[in-house]
Design a binder for this molecule. Structure first.
Ligand code: GCB
Length: 757
């Protein structure tokens, strides 16, 4: 890397050529010749992390590459910058340990100046995604793909530069207000006497709109004013400015950083929801994970941008970026497209009592906030997800309060939020921690029926009128192979998923008090422990398939509710072989009327809103062409009528087994003693071992279902596989109310009757 002209910062991407191995038990001192050649981004779990079985390789692996010594002044500093390594990384340069980082989703940098040799240098990184008691996430419904799955850069800066050592941040923080004032903090390392910092704000057309000079200090603070400021108005008008900060010495610029920002202010009203720049904007959108079929989490910039475009097409105005910090490319896309973002740390499912684990939460929170401070799209910091499902362990409430206080102390401009598990009591003290709250509800999927949603929401709102309430997750599996005319909960059909979302979209639209709602999930995603509806290794609740190739019918429910772009969509295209003489044809559209044309003959025109159902449409033997027209929009499909049902349309075995939801009914739970006889099952065994035994597994799942009042199959329980029932005892104690402890003891007693093979 050759230096040109003055010693400004130079950043060079190092993705291109690395070697990789799963088998290395020494610290490489020279480039190993027999390792596999790979390019970054890379994960070793692209295949085994998505094929089911909860058996993907979670281990330590090695990456290495050579770095030509950067051309530089003697006093320059050289940093390696890693945008994301999952989950624990130890970095070596020429055999010296130069860096260590815990947490798989954030950027970190290592100052390697002192260890650089002239000519060739060897970078070696040991990457470990095995379970660690002090690193989150610990247990969750997604694959923790291991690897250097984001970019690696080398940065050369002069001795005096904008800070690179502070939590991976930019070294420049911007707070812009709607009156046009822009407060800037530039953090200068090694400022010299006489150095100054120049700030220059440019508008979207690259015209300078404000400029200022001040004395360079470790924290250089300045206030600028943008005349006639243009606001960042979400998806309606995502107007961006950028600001350059330059360290100026005599007649030279020594270092420069440039960041984009948007000017916006917002608040949440518990009755009326979210307001952006004083304008009401009910937040309606989706959640997103960061993986894809065949490539795991090793997404390229274009993959991130593609996802963002699909969400834009849906018409959403908000995204929950679950369950961890996402790639900068995605937050950038959100800034550009105007989504309001909920960003969060992976404090999820189960709290580990190791005090170091809490420290890890704190450091992931600091990284999340410092690294993403300037994104106008981010309005909410999420402190945890369904953390009480793993039990309200001692210290949990304090830890949550501490995380909330930390987030508030680092950023006074944004609100904090939390995603609660459905069963958390409405009056739980967990609801009083963050500025706004949200619940994950799966009534109509895991248990209950979809109508329970509106009842629960209205009840909560009545009881807690001052508490801003959102739905952080709701969804149902939709597998595009399965079809039928009378869809039912848990049949995994594309039709049930669509019906469920029709219901939810309406419930949500009728409740402006919901400050935000997020569909779980925009895309199917990898979870190696899953085996649902005959699909292994995947959560199928996406509105779009894992490969991003097919938009399920449910996608168009939301497009009809949210998008302003005129469209018409015929449902049931994949339900292509029919046997009935007459069918009903469903159409989603955001137009006021839809005309259906069947085999060239106009059937009917329906006036309506969003969902149009044409009943008694007759089909002839063989191919039938069906066309829907709405204004200038057209959609068309061909259905084939025959005698034979297509057997592929029906899920044969969903492995849900026969479990009792009322397992404890009529049993006296008050007097059971806990015994732990060797060779017999007990609550101390790992869940995954218990469910492999038919009888013990049935008992365990029936007990859990009864306690949670939720239908869970073996496949669901496999996700908790590494934990024992005892470890999940807190959850049972809470959810089952007073008799929780007795229930656990009774479960143990029943398991103790079964001999291990
Ligand atoms: C949840 C979790 C999410 C899961 C989802 C599901 O509540 O927060 O991580 O993927 O449920 O599909 O079960």
């Amino acid at each position: 890397m050759k230096k040109e002209g003055i010693a400004l910062r130079r950043k060079v991407n190092l993705n291109d050529w690395w070697v990789f191995t799963k088998n290395c038990d020494f610290i490489p001192k020279k480039l190993p010749e027999d390792w596999e050649i790979v390019c970054l981004p890379h994960t070793w779990n692209a295949v085994d992390g998505q094929d089911g079985g909860a058996d993907y390789e979670r281990r330590a692996c090695w990456y290495a590459t050579e770095l030509e010594s950067p051309d530089r002044e003697k006093t320059d500093r050289v940093y390696l910058e890693f945008d994301g390594i999952n989950a624990v990384a130890t970095v070596y340069l020429n055999g010296n340990k130069v860096g260590y980082h815990e947490g798989g989703y954030s950027r970190f940098r290592v100052d390697v100046t002192e260890f650089l040799k002239e000519e060739e240098n060897l970078i070696a990184v040991c990457v470990d995604n095995s379970e660690k008691s002090n690193v989150y996430p610990q247990t969750a419904d997604f694959t923790f793909y291991g690897g250097i799955y984001r970019d690696v850069n080398v940065i050369v800066v002069p001795e005096t530069h904008f800070q690179l050592d502070y939590w991976g941040a930019d070294g420049l923080a911007v707070v812009a207000k709607t009156d046009g004032s822009v407060a800037l903090h530039a953090y200068v390392t090694d400022a010299q006497e006489g150095d100054s910092v120049q700030f220059e704000i440019k508008d979207a057309e690259d015209k300078t709109v404000a400029e200022a000079f001040t004395k360079a200090k470790p924290d250089t603070e300045m206030m600028l004013m943008i005349p006639d400021v243009h606001l960042w108005q979400g998806i309606e008008d995502p107007y961006l400015y950028h600001v350059a900060a330059r360290i100026v010495r005599h007649n030279e610029v020594v270092d420069e950083v440039c960041v984009r920002f948007g000017v916006r202010e917002f608040y949440v009203d518990p009755e009326k929801g979210f307001f952006l720049n004083g304008k009401s904007m009910p937040l309606r959108g989706v959640s997103r994970h960061q993986d894809r079929l065949g490539i795991g989490n090793a997404l390229r910039k274009e993959d991130h941008e593609y996802d963002a475009q699909l969400i834009k097409e849906l018409g959403a105005n908000t995204i929950r970026l679950a369950h961890y910090q996402h790639n900068q490319a995605f937050y950038d896309a959100c800034d550009e497209l105007g989504f309001i973002v909920w960003a969060e740390i992976p404090f999820i499912s189960v709290m580990n009592q190791d005090p170091a684990a809490h420290e890890n939460c704190r450091s992931q929170m600091k990284e999340l906030i410092y690294q993403n401070f300037n994104h106008p799209s981010i309005c909410f910091w999420g402190i945890s997800n369904e953390i009480t499902i793993g039990g309200e362990r001692p210290g949990l409430l304090d830890n949550l309060k501490d995380l909330n206080a930390l987030a508030k102390s680092l950023d006074t401009t944004r609100l904090t939020t939390i995603a609660h598990v459905s069963m958390l009591p409405k009056d739980s003290p967990m609801n009083g921690i963050t500025d706004v709250i949200s619940y994950n509800h799966y009534f109509g999927w895991y248990g209950g029926n979809m109508e329970q949603n509106e009842a629960w929401l209205d009840d909560f709102h009545r009881q807690n009128p001052q508490c801003p309430l959102g739905i952080s997750e709701y969804g149902a599996e939709g597998i595009i192979t399965y079809h039928n005319d009378s869809p039912k909960c848990r049949d995994y059909s594309e039709e049930y998923q669509a019906l469920y979302h029709e219901h939810m979209a309406k419930v949500i639209e009728e409740r402006p008090y919901l400050w935000a709602t997020h569909v779980w999930n925009m895309f199917d995603f990898g979870c190696d422990a899953r085996d649902e509806g005959g699909v292994k290794g995947r959560n199928n609740k996406g509105l779009v398939t894992f490969d991003r190739k097919i938009k399920k019918d449910a996608f168009f429910v939301y497009k009809a509710y949210w998008s302003k772009e005129p469209f018409v969509h015929l449902c049931g295209k994949r339900y292509a072989q029919r046997t009935a003489e007459e069918i009903s044809v469903k159409v989603y559209s955001n137009q006021p009327s839809v005309t259906l044309i069947v085999n060239g003959v106009t059937e009917k025109t329906l006036q309506g809103s969003k969902v149009f159902v044409f009943e008694h449409v007759s089909l002839k033997e063989g191919w039938n062409t069906i066309i829907a027209k709405a204004g200038s929009c057209v959609d068309s499909m061909t259905l084939e009528k025959g005698e034979e049902e297509n057997p592929a349309y029906v899920l044969v075995d969903d492995d849900d087994g026969e479990y009792a939801m009322n397992w404890f009914d009529g049993i006296d739970l008050s007097n059971t003693q806990m015994t732990f006889h060797e060779g017999y099952y007990s609550i101390k065994d790992k869940i995954q071992d218990v469910i492999e035994h038919e009888e013990a597994g049935t008992i365990l799942i029936s007990a859990i279902q009864s306690m949670l009042n939720m239908k869970l199959g073996k496949n669901m329980m496999r996700m908790m596989g590494q934990k024992s029932m005892e470890e999940l005892a807190g959850m049972l104690g809470n959810q089952a109310g007073d008799h929780g402890k007795g229930a656990l003891a009774y479960l143990n007693q029943e398991l103790q009757k079964i001999k291990k093979k």
